[in-house]
Design a protein around this ligand. Structure first.
Ligand SMILES: [Zn+2]
Ligand SMILES: [Zn+2]
Ligand SMILES: [Zn+2]
Length: 176
């Protein structure tokens, strides 16, 4: 716990500085929201974070969580990401290497990846078109390895006709 707290020393400093520069006051609520956000290595909506915060301090409202997330984003500690479901997710930004995402359309799992080869290809393509890229977000939608394993079961029995046939034959063999 103490080690974790030390890990976020720089992040705390950055956040405090940003709060002061924004003419805001440091509050215990904002501190707690920041702590919980930094502790969670995941892609969170403000709703997700709100529920995590609720567990530790039920008096903190959704608006406070949302506003604090915005502050964290403006301070460069958080980054907004979208995965095509009309929700805004937040992930750690400070000290985190650039990465891209694969999104499972079955279970919503988000997989982070980084490929130097893909990065270079993108730069080359931009260069070829005389385009000066400032930032990018590569997202690949599909079905994750876990969902692919459960998929064949759904495919073999989709209509209900097959299980019915199988049940009849079982009943028939019992009768004989
Ligand atoms: Zn990339
Ligand atoms: Zn999945
Ligand atoms: Zn990510």
């Amino acid at each position: 716990m103490d080690r974790k707290k030390e890990e976020f020393t720089k992040e705390r400093e950055i956040f405090l500085e940003h709060i002061q520069n924004s003419g805001l006051r440091r509050t215990a609520q904002r501190d707690l929201i920041m702590e919980i956000f930094l502790r969670t290595e995941d892609h969170l909506t403000s709703e997700d974070l709100y529920w995590l915060v609720q567990k530790e301090d039920p008096s903190i409202g959704h608006t406070t969580v949302y506003r604090t997330l915005k502050l964290l984003t403006d301070a460069g500690l958080a980054r907004e990401v979208r995965f095509g479901d009309n929700k805004t997710y937040y992930e750690h930004h400070y000290n985190h290497q650039h990465h891209d995402h694969m999104i499972c359309t079955e279970c919503g799992r988000v997989i982070e990846f980084f490929s130097e080869a893909i990065e270079q290809m993108q730069d080359k393509m931009a260069d070829k078109l005389g385009f000066r890229p400032t930032h990018h977000s590569l997202r690949i939608w599909g079905i994750c390895d876990v969902c692919q394993k459960t998929e064949p079961m759904l495919v073999t029995a989709p209509s209900g006709a097959q299980p019915k046939v199988r049940m009849r034959s079982v009943a028939g063999s019992q009768g004989n």
